[in-house]
Write a protein that binds this ligand. Sequence first.
Ligand SMILES: NC(=O)c1ccc[n+]([C@@H]2O[C@H](COP(=O)([O-])OP(=O)(O)OC[C@H]3O[C@@H](n4cnc5c(N)ncnc54)[C@H](OP(=O)(O)O)[C@@H]3O)[C@@H](O)[C@H]2O)c1
Length: 328
Amino acid sequence: MRVVQVAEFGPAQNLVLAEEPDPTPGAGQLLVSVAAAGVNRSDLLFRSGRYHSGPPLPAVPGGEGAGTVVAVGPDVTGFAVGDRVLGWGGIGAPGFYRELALVQQDKAVLVPEGVDLAAAAGLPIAWLSAWHCLRALAELRAGETVLIHAAASGVGSAAVQIAKDLGATVIGVVGSADKQRWISELGADHTLNRHAADIVAEVERVTEGRGVHVALDAVGGLAFAQSLKAVGSGGRVVALANVALAPSTVDTRDFYPKNVRINGFQLTNLMRAGWDPRPELRELLSAVHEGRFTVPIDASFPLADAAKAHLLLESGDSQGKVVLTIQA
Ligand SMILES: NC(=O)c1ccc[n+]([C@@H]2O[C@H](COP(=O)([O-])OP(=O)(O)OC[C@H]3O[C@@H](n4cnc5c(N)ncnc54)[C@H](OP(=O)(O)O)[C@@H]3O)[C@@H](O)[C@H]2O)c1
């Protein structure tokens, strides 16, 4: 089978096609013919040698994917050959930039008929993170207002839809006028261009001085400092990434007098600590199946063009998800 490997850390061109023997499923494992793999910033960071964890090289990136079960190992229950599944794991375990993946049965859920496998492949990282952060951590409720940084990104475009589904008002921050239009179409009520607007002043204007109830921050750096200022009394800030790769200068007086709660979130470490994402992924899949959400896919690339997928994500120009489409 064909895989895409990182043999040496570096630029996107370091993603190279390689051959590996077809794997055989062991106890508790599904052998999945991978229809699509999600491409994520964690893959970019791993490829360039900047990710906080990962296996030794050569390694196959890809923390999420979806496809069809083609064989099952001993002790597998609840899955059979022919089932459509989505799966997840750390970089290289199994690494979904490959034609055939060994997926642990407790890291897979069934995908309902009618849900596209490329859309399903985009759920376990960006969508699940937005879902858990807004619902479980921030406890966003109907009638509240949420500030979403990088609102056109994989996480952000999911968060906009999830927040609207919850009945919240969305203020989305993006980096271009095109993205402002795009997130409006997704449902954002107010859009701000981070290069043109004073984010904190605009939030104050839109909320008539009350501040937002929730800020979802995948950007870090300046955006985290803005989030602390932008939330109102009793507000909640969830920080889940640092796309800016920059520290934040914060003034504790921006949040403690308002009794603000700050949550951190990191999916893989939460799972390592024992959190089981399957119930929330099943809820998400049902919502996609019911048509409450669409997973926007900006571009899909064949396995051989994985480098192009990385370059697109790296450019910051993508809207929604970027995926690799692998097996028919
Ligand atoms: N903690 C977790 O478990 C977890 C889970 C999922 C994702 N993440 C992380 O969350 C972040 C977002 O993921 P994603 O898939 O939504 O990313 P993405 O689709 O690649 O989007 C990132 C966006 O961030 C915006 N951005 C704002 N400031 C930026 C800056 N200084 N440099 C570069 N981009 C900047 C850009 O959009 P604009 O120009 O429109 O602002 C860019 O398109 C990533 O860092 C990812 O690794 C973390």
